[in-house]
Ligand binder design. Structure first.
Ligand code: ADP
Ligand code: MG
Length: 255
């Protein structure tokens, strides 16, 4: 996927919604090729952070860049093109489309031609579609969904829909993947599978920023853990160091 491992730098990001400060001068660095976990209590600003660096929210102040490329102020599709892909806290699939089509949409929005365009398709367009289909089938195998390619996405069990979301994000060929609570609602076995999948994604050279509540998963896969509390970064260190940090224990682990 990526010849160069991506580094994300966010500096002093502040996001306000009216009178509410969801993120307050939050700085974070995802080092090239690492799995970086972002944790904190509900309402701490984790999703706001991901929504901001993926271009869905505009920061009130601060800046963020991927490998030195300024992304602040870019639209979400421009940020995606720069190499950043994401999943959502609440799965957002195209339920009536097949599993394979969902992944193809992730790879190539422009392949959703209208009827006339599909009649007028040029050989080059057809070759590109074939290439996109092959890549999508490869990704389904990567996440273990190859047997479900032609089922409608809405008929997949919840745990497999979560995997499909990851496959769809990977289809955009990202260098940095953002996962918003990928373990939520999964069984213990599915969380083990997710752990292995995150490792395989990192082995491809893709940097991962992971929002998660599942402590064992974080401790098993994360190289670095950043802790948010009331919109502020209160710690950023190795999993072991963060778990032993008195401030983090009070804010997060102590309940
Ligand atoms: P987390 O993901 O850590 O649980 P969020 O980032 O979703 O937290 O939310 C942080 C705070 O910002 C919460 O108080 C939440 O209600 C608020 N918030 C998030 N998104 C919006 C929005 N689009 N409009 C208004 N308030 C929001
Ligand atoms: Mg959230």
């Amino acid at each position: 996927a990526s010849e160069q491992r991506a580094e994300l730098v966010a500096r002093d990001l502040t996001v306000r919604f009216g009178g509410l400060t969801a993120l307050s001068e939050a700085s974070l660095r995802v080092k090239p090729g690492e799995v970086h976990a972002l944790i904190g209590p509900n309402g701490a600003g984790k999703s706001t952070f991901i929504n901001t660096i993926s271009g869905f929210y505009r920061p009130t102040a601060g800046a963020f860049e991927l490998d030195g490329l300024q992304l602040t102020g870019m639209a979400s599709h421009e940020i995606a093109r720069a190499g950043l892909a994401r999943t959502f806290q609440n799965t957002e699939l195209f339920g009536e489309m097949t599993v394979l089509e969902n992944v193809m949409v992730g790879g190539q929005q422009r392949l959703r031609y209208g009827v006339l365009a599909s009649i007028l398709r040029t050989p080059a367009m057809r070759r590109e579609e074939t290439h996109c289909r092959q890549a999508a089938i490869g990704l389904l195998a990567f996440v273990g969904l190859e047997d479900y390619a032609y089922e409608e996405a809405r008929f997949l069990p919840f745990g497999l829909q979560r995997r499909l979301e990851i496959a769809r994000a990977l289809a955009a060929n990202p260098r940095l993947l953002l996962l918003d609570e990928p373990a939520a609602g999964l069984t213990t076995q599915e969380i083990d599978d997710l752990e292995a999948m995150i490792r395989r994604i990192a082995d491809l050279g893709i940097s991962v920023l992971l929002i998660e509540h599942h402590v064992e998963l974080i401790m098993a896969v994360a190289d670095t853990v950043t802790v948010l509390d009331y919109g502020q970064v209160i710690a950023s260190a190795t999993p072991a160091a963060v778990q032993a940090d008195p401030r983090v224990i009070e804010a997060y682990f102590g309940t």
